[in-house]
Design a protein around this ligand. Structure first.
Ligand code: ADP
Length: 237
């Protein structure tokens, strides 16, 4: 398993945001589906070690995040919800800056940048300023950047928020391709149309996992949207 989480809990003061969450992922696409407030961002903050908790255990590519944070984080790529590109730099300059932060430079960095941009179909935009790109291309630049250090696990926190339908489906398809090539992807969303029947699906609600399985099987044949609303909507038990 490339990402395993056992019995993870986290509270903001008296507010329990995660209550004993456990799951284990192998390479492939896993959707983390939950309504607003479910605990998705809190889980991502713990996985990327922005927050720490004594309650539970996280292993990334076999490394315990608490005991060996450097090795664990070296295997992790993250695309946060808030964009973090420098608008006045080109696509390639943004990636080169990030590569330098990871100790990558020279021809090694150049090759990694070319490879990552090609994977996201962004190579021909390498010289464009980010400010000139549309939202979908900015997102793809951020995903390419998250691949530069060859992570085994890629986290994306609602990466399609604010994008139009065409950009949304292009990004969803690109990230499914990465998963098909052997990446372990954890994709947080509240949008059921981004999830394929063959994807792994975790449904998170009020800090608890309500479902874990292959999307097409979890729903028992019902449309995912109906199943999701029945579990988490205002009329859920
Ligand atoms: P999601 O990303 O699924 O929308 P979050 O992880 O942001 O969910 O939030 C989980 C719960 O924790 C929610 O009830 C939210 O109100 C609460 N929460 C999030 N951040 C804070 C904070 N800084 N202080 C207090 N409560 C918070």
């Amino acid at each position: 398993m490339t990402l395993s989480v056992s019995n993870l809990s986290f509270s903001y003061g008296t507010k329990d945001a995660l209550k004993g969450v456990s799951f284990a992922l192998a390479p492939g696409f896993c959707a983390l589906l939950g309504p607003n407030g479910a605990g998705k961002s809190t889980l991502f903050a713990l996985l990327s070690r922005l927050f720490t908790t004594p309650d539970g255990r996280i292993e990334i590519a076999g490394h315990d995040l608490n005991a060996a944070p450097r090795d664990a984080l070296a295997a992790l790529g993250v695309v946060f919800q808030q964009p973090t590109l420098d608008l006045d730099l080109t696509v390639a300059q943004n990636l080169r800056y990030f590569a330098a932060l990871h100790g990558l430079s020279g021809s090694d960095a150049t090759q990694r940048i070319d490879r990552a941009l090609t994977r996201l179909d962004m190579a021909e935009r390498a010289g464009e300023k980010v400010r000139a790109l549309n939202g979908g291309h900015r997102r793809r630049t951020e995903i390419a950047r998250a691949l530069l250090h060859d992570p085994k696990v890629l986290l994306l926190d609602e990466p399609t928020v604010g994008l139009d339908a065409a950009s949304r489906s292009a990004i969803t398809a690109h990230v499914h391709d990465l998963a098909g090539e052997g990446m372990t992807v954890l994709w947080a969303t509240h949008l059921t149309d981004e999830i394929r029947d063959t994807d792994r699906l975790l449904i998170l609600h009020q800090g608890t996992l309500l479902a874990d399985g292959i999307a097409g099987e979890v729903t028992g044949g019902a449309p995912l949207q109906d199943h999701f609303l029945a579990l988490t909507g205002p009329r859920a038990a």
